[in-house]
Design a protein around this ligand. Structure first.
Ligand SMILES: [Zn+2]
Length: 300
């Protein structure tokens, strides 16, 4: 696989991270990537985003993410998947789905349970349905020992109460796309959770409070994500046709967060990648990664 940029990204958006990055939240099973996935993966590699965690937000998308990780492994890019049921779809939770998700969690490509959690902002499923599906997935994670990939919007208080009750049963958990306030952040850190940051703080309208908060997150608890195709950073130095976010733009988010933390990009890249590799238990060396951990330890 060649690791050069094509001409899809304008010159000003062809970033290369100073150290390999892990994008812990890439929704590459989204329809908008169906047309040009191989090119998206090549650009990620060219940007030195060498490991992608493909988000599985329901059974169908988790199955697709696993298949995608399997199909594109071994090309110098580490691809892994999560498998969960998003709070929006919590009303679909039942015993059959629980069994199916438990089976998906046993696939070697799956490195986390989720995306799951609570979203009281939109309540596409009722809060009661969300809590039921969330606790059922906490139980699955407690059984299989895999870390959790969590979604929370306007539900910080309830999320902390539930996680507090489960904290001794589960291993690790990351609150992805953290955008909440100081009290919620410290509540999560007190529970020894990890925090995923997106390009939200690149948004001059609503990211201000995060710019101050990012200094409060220990680098051993901080990971980076695009949450693509959503949340295209609003302050990119050039216009992007189609306005679809993609993993190759993660170095821009790295740059912003490093700036607000008062660190070098290299420092932050190295630290967040080490944290992500430990969190998702990816033992392979990023530079020489061929995908699944069990295939990456042969010296040649
Ligand atoms: Zn989410």
């Amino acid at each position: 696989m060649s690791d050069t940029f094509d001409d899809f990204l304008p010159e000003a958006l062809r970033f290369t991270a100073p150290a390999p990055l892990v994008d812990i939240g890439a929704n590459l099973t989204h329809d908008s990537f169906a047309r040009d996935l191989p090119a998206v993966l090549r650009r990620a590699q060219a940007a030195n985003v060498t490991t992608l965690i493909l988000t599985g937000t329901d059974r169908e998308h988790a199955e697709q993410a696993i298949a995608m990780a399997r199909q594109h492994a071994g090309k110098g890019l580490g691809l892994h998947a999560t498998a969960g049921v998003h709070p929006h779809d919590a009303s679909r939770w039942d015993a059959d789905l629980a069994t199916a998700m438990g089976e998906l969690h046993r696939q070697p490509e799956v490195v986390a349970v989720g995306e799951c959690g609570l979203d009281f902002n939109r309540n596409f499923s009722t809060p009661a349905e969300q809590e039921l599906a969330f606790e059922a997935q906490l139980e699955l994670a407690a059984e299989n020992g895999k870390p959790l990939f969590l979604h929370e919007r306007d539900a910080g208080q309830r999320m902390r109460e539930i996680l507090h009750a489960w904290r001794d049963e589960i291993t690790d958990a990351v609150v992805h796309c953290f955008t909440a306030d100081r009290a919620t952040l410290f509540g999560y850190l007190d529970l020894d959770l990890h925090i995923g940051l997106t390009g939200w703080l690149c948004d001059e309208r609503r990211g201000h409070h995060l710019r101050e908060l990012v200094t409060q997150i220990p680098s051993t608890r901080l990971m980076l994500e695009t949450d693509c195709p959503y949340l295209l950073p609003r302050n990119l130095p050039a216009k992007l046709k189609g306005r679809r976010h993609e993993p190759a733009l993660l170095p821009w988010i790295l740059r912003e967060i490093a700036h607000w933390r008062g660190e070098s990009e290299a420092e932050l890249a190295t630290a967040t990648t080490a944290t992500a590799r430990r969190f998702f238990r990816l033992t392979a060396d990023a530079a020489g990664e061929t995908g699944r951990d069990d295939m990456t330890h042969e010296d040649s």
